[in-house]
Structures are given as structure tokens and as C-alpha cells.
Write a protein that binds this ligand. Structure first.
Ligand SMILES: C[S@@+](CC[C@H](N)C(=O)[O-])C[C@H]1O[C@@H](n2cnc3c(N)ncnc32)[C@H](O)[C@@H]1O
Length: 228
């Protein structure tokens, strides 16, 4: 079977991926907000869980997960040079078993990622998606009407993601929300809408904006002015 992204170089030597892979690294505070304000995991109840981050990029979400979860598996279809498995999540053969799948999927493949994740995760799935993902007849017919999320959690404060790098100063129009399919998801489940209160300052930690690649500069955006 062919990789889903036309330009998917499963093992590539370049540091940055092709544009088609939708590489938009996630601010660490936005991942911490999932635990603090959506899963309410202040007591670290996920300590014993296994979580797969299957589109981990350079690991900005994965590093936060490692601080919260006992066993974290990191993979991505592109080789970013971090300690992660190189694997196309949408290939039919599933590489891992896990309790949760948590990621910020490539926008173009978000529905496919969610559908696949729901077949794998034993407990739940949490996906950071653009707010516009909520809308759409196709997604409604194929996904939300059959398997509605248990929670849609909207950030009150803008999460600004830019392609190819983590820019703490970015301020862009695209809004993001967390969608969670908890242990009780299924046909007929009522979706709860919650707000994530402003929490960027509180949840940002020293070192969040230092590149996690050893010795690497934080890369510039792939395209000047391009944004999610
Ligand atoms: C929006 S970025 C998210 C990066 C990371 N999860 C984060 O939050 O910082 C999407 C990622 O999906 C990866 N990706 C795209 N298609 C994929 C596929 N079929 N299987 C696995 N990873 C894929 C890209 O290489 C990119 O790293």
C-alpha cells in the first residue's frame, strides 16, 4: 500500500519534513491543558497508562506526555532525528497496543487518524484539532454521528501553531480545540462542550521554547507568513 501523503518520505535525511506532512508543532502548555483542564488528571491517574503519540514530529507534545504518563510510545512517518519510531500511522498493520492515543494529527488526515486511533486505543483518544474540524457533512455522517467525542474542549486563549517551528510570539486566526473520546464513548453518547480557561502563562515552563533536538537551532517557519 502507498503512503497516504504523496510526499511521505518514510525515512528522509532532511531535518524538516515536506509541507504535505502538515508539521505544526504543539505548544507544550496546550498539551498540559489537556491534563489539567480536560482530563482533570491533576492526581496523575494516567501514570499507569500507556500512551501512543503517533505523529510526534520533534516531540513537543511527546515530551509533555513523558512527564505525565508511565509509558509513552513516540512515532512519526518522517524521521525528525529524535528518538522515535518511523512509521506511517495509517498503514494497515498496527505496531503497538496502548491505553490512549494522544496527538495533534496532520490536519488533512485528522479524520483518518481518529478513526484508526479509535480502533486501537483501549481506553481513550485525545486529538488536538482545528476548530473548523467540528464542521462538515462528511465528518458528521462518517464520524461524529456514529462515534461522537465525549468532550470538545475549546481554548479560550488562542493556541497559535505555525508550520515547522514553535513560535511563542505567533498570533494567528486559526483556533484549536481538544476532542476526546473517553472510556464511555460510543453511539448515542452526548458530547460535552467545555472551555479551557486562559492558562498559557500558568502552564508554560522554562525551557519550553528551547529546541529539543540536541544542539539544533529552532528552525524558521517553512514558508514566511504561512500559518495553520
Ligand atoms: C500537526 S504535526 C504534529 C506534531 C506533534 N504531534 C506535535 O504536536 O508537536 C503533524 C505530524 O504528523 C506527521 N504525519 C503526517 N502524516 C503522517 C502519517 N501518515 N503517519 C504518521 N505521522 C504522520 C507529520 O510528520 C507531523 O510531524
Amino acid at each position: 500500500m502507498k503512503p497516504r501523503n504523496k510526499s511521505t518520505a518514510v525515512v528522509a535525511s532532511r531535518a524538516m519534513p515536506p509541507d504535505a506532512l502538515d508539521y505544526f508543532p504543539t505548544h507544550p502548555w496546550a498539551t498540559r491543558a489537556l491534563f489539567e483542564h480536560v482530563l482533570h488528571d491533576k492526581g496523575r491517574s494516567l501514570r499507569a497508562a500507556s500512551v501512543w503519540e503517533p505523529a510526534c514530529g520533534q516531540g513537543h507534545m511527546g515530551e509533555v506526555l513523558k512527564g505525565r504518563v508511565g509509558n509513552v510510545i513516540l512515532s512519526d512517518c518522517f524521521d525528525y532525528g529524535v528518538f522515535a519510531e518511523v512509521a506511517d500511522f495509517l498503514w494497515p498493520v498496527t505496531r503497538y497496543e496502548c491505553d490512549w492515543i494522544i496527538t495533534n494529527p496532520p490536519f488533512r488526515l485528522a479524520q483518518e487518524f481518529i478513526e484508526k486511533a479509535l480502533t486501537i486505543a483501549r481506553v481513550g483518544v485525545a486529538m488536538l484539532v482545528r476548530l473548523q474540524f467540528v464542521e462538515g457533512q462528511g465528518r458528521f455522517n462518517d464520524l461524529f454521528s456514529k462515534t461522537p467525542p465525549t468532550v470538545i474542549a475549546q481554548f479560550a486563549e488562542r493556541v497559535s501553531l505555525v508550520p515547522g517551528c514553535l513560535d511563542p510570539k505567533a498570533n494567528l486566526p486559526t483556533a484549536y480545540c481538544w476532542m476526546v473520546w473517553g472510556p464511555d464513548h460510543g453511539i448515542g453518547c452526548a458530547t460535552r462542550f467545555v472551555w479551557i480557561p486562559p492558562c498559557r502563562d500558568e502552564l508554560t515552563q522554562p525551557g519550553d521554547y528551547v529546541s529539543i533536538l540536541p544542539g539544533a537551532e529552532v528552525p524558521a517557519p517553512l514558508f514566511e507568513g504561512d500559518a495553520a
